[in-house]
Ligand binder design. Structure first.
Ligand SMILES: Nc1ncnc2c1ncn2[C@@H]1O[C@H](COP(=O)(O)OP(=O)(O)OP(=O)(O)O)[C@@H](O)[C@H]1O
Ligand SMILES: O=C(CO)[C@H](O)[C@H](O)COP(=O)(O)O
Length: 430
């Protein structure tokens, strides 16, 4: 039976959205009247509703893409710490929830949009990386709803049981971070992102981290870890990391699938505003230990409210070995590089660090030579790094660049909010 509803919105300076049982969302201005008809009953995985959010307090959405075990959780802990306050799972909720909530940020894990549980994937012979194991329609609808100020009932994928658990309520935060395998895969979701990051961990390093974690913390054998890495590789290459060429015979079925769904045939990282690339060191010839890392921060030029960080002189090409009187460096030393480059035909600036710090307090010396780092006071990067000295990567470029990206996101959030507030003030005056 068709339902017809009339909404009149009274509040000033607000943007309103309607989440309907037939999954439609509309954005409209205050004092408009909206007619809405639907013949469908509420979707069991998410309900409907109407919410108005002040234009200057809308949620900003950040996407963080990476494979499993690539440091997303660590990055998220660094990011939420920049905003202050600890991030915790929803109070009184499912103990296996993947969500982390702090005063300013809510981090949701896109694994929650798996449409197939562990058994379902096994039966269908697909991995969690495969788009067919994920519900992109629901992902889009719910991220859009949150961005528009509407709370949603988000499903939960339970990593302990491998089942899809009953949903949990997610209220619109100031900053929503969507982290997981596919935040930039579906164009509709990608277009909702105010800023996007890709953690690009080279295979050698990824294997070293995963083996270390899964053996030490999860009791897996070396053979089983290697087997699981190998099993994931084709789908990781196809859907997350590698360029899929249409003429590739071995993967042509995947290309058709992507075209059929109007999805990108190139990897997600080409869309990222910032990429943190982690590679083996070049300071130790033929290093295969994977302990010393070479890390690149690739920053897209021309992104609104995001000014790339630079070393010494913006736009120049710089190579810098800071070891000496002000920075203690043991073998193999530390090397920084900075300069302009091209990345998937985008103009970018790249800041690179190879090596590791001996003394974290001396990082202030390096910090003082970096510009556009969006700190609020001298030494804030060093302070953040010292605060989380026990996090993985705190002595190298992974921790340093994750911290800097966290500060850049805070700055972007503040600029975006200020610009929206200015926009709505103008609209009120007009
Ligand atoms: N910067 C780093 N340097 C060294 N090791 C790291 C770094 N980041 C992460 N690791 C290693 O990788 C493991 C996984 O990190 P983390 O839990 O942050 O990743 P994740 O992407 O959230 O993983 P998952 O998706 O599987 O939960 C850590 O336990 C640690 O061993
Ligand atoms: O790629 C992954 C992202 O975290 C996981 O492997 C996927 O979510 C499936 O989880 P599980 O292995 O617990 O069933």
């Amino acid at each position: 039976m068709a339902v017809c509803t009339v909404y009149t919105v009274q509040s000033l300076n607000s943007t309103c959205s309607i989440s309907t049982p037939n999954k439609t969302h509309l954005g409209f201005q205050q004092k408009q009247v909206v007619f809405y008809t639907s013949s469908k009953k509420s979707n069991k995985r998410g309900g409907g509703g109407i919410t108005c959010a002040a234009a200057d307090s809308q949620t900003i959405v950040i996407g963080l893409a990476a494979d499993s075990g690539c440091g997303k959780s660590t990055f998220m802990r660094r990011l939420t710490s920049v905003f202050g306050g600890a991030a915790e799972p929803p109070k009184g909720g499912n103990p296996d929830s993947n969500t982390l909530i702090s005063d300013t940020t809510t981090v949701i894990c896109l694994d929650d949009y798996h449409s197939l549980d562990r058994t379902g994937r096994k039966e269908k012979g697909v991995t969690a990386l495969d788009p067919r194991a994920n519900d992109f329609d629901l992902m889009y609808e719910q991220v859009k709803a949150i961005k528009d100020g509407i709370a949603v009932q988000k499903p939960i994928y339970n990593h302990v049981s491998g089942l899809l658990d009953p949903p949990e309520l997610i209220k619109p935060p100031k900053i929503l971070v969507i982290e997981g395998l596919h935040p930039m895969y579906d164009k509709r979701v990608r277009d909702l992102l105010d800023f996007s990051i890709y953690l690009d961990i080279s295979n050698e390093v990824k294997f070293a981290w995963k083996i270390q974690r899964d053996m030490a913390e999860r009791g897996h054998s070396l053979e089983s870890i290697k087997a699981s890495i190998e099993a994931r590789k084709p789908d990781f290459d196809a859907y997350i990391g590698i360029i899929l060429l249409p003429h590739s015979l071995t993967r042509c079925i995947d290309v058709r699938l992507l075209f059929d769904h109007n999805l990108p045939v190139y990897p997600q990282k080409q869309y990222a505003d910032a990429v943190i690339e982690v590679l083996p060191t070049q300071l130790i010839p033929d290093d295969n230990e994977g302990k010393v890392l070479r890390v690149k921060l690739i920053m897209k030029e021309g992104v609104k409210f995001f000014n790339p960080v630079y070393l010494f002189d913006e736009g120049s090409t710089i190579s810098w070995i800071p070891c000496g009187r002000k920075l203690t460096c043991s073998y193999p030393g530390i090397k920084f590089a900075y300069g302009p480059d091209a990345y998937f035909s985008n103009e970018v600036s790249v800041l690179e660090m190879d090596g590791q710090f001996d003394r974290l307090d001396e990082l202030i010396y390096v910090e003082s030579h970096l510009s556009n780092i969006s700190t609020k006071f001298y030494g804030e990067v060093t302070q953040q790094m010292l605060k989380h000295a026990d996090f993985p990567g705190s002595n190298n470029g992974t921790g340093l660049f994750q911290t800097i990206v966290g500060l850049k996101i805070r700055d972007l959030y503040e600029q975006l909010t200020a610009s929206r507030a200015a926009g709505s003030l103008q609209a009120t005056k007009a």
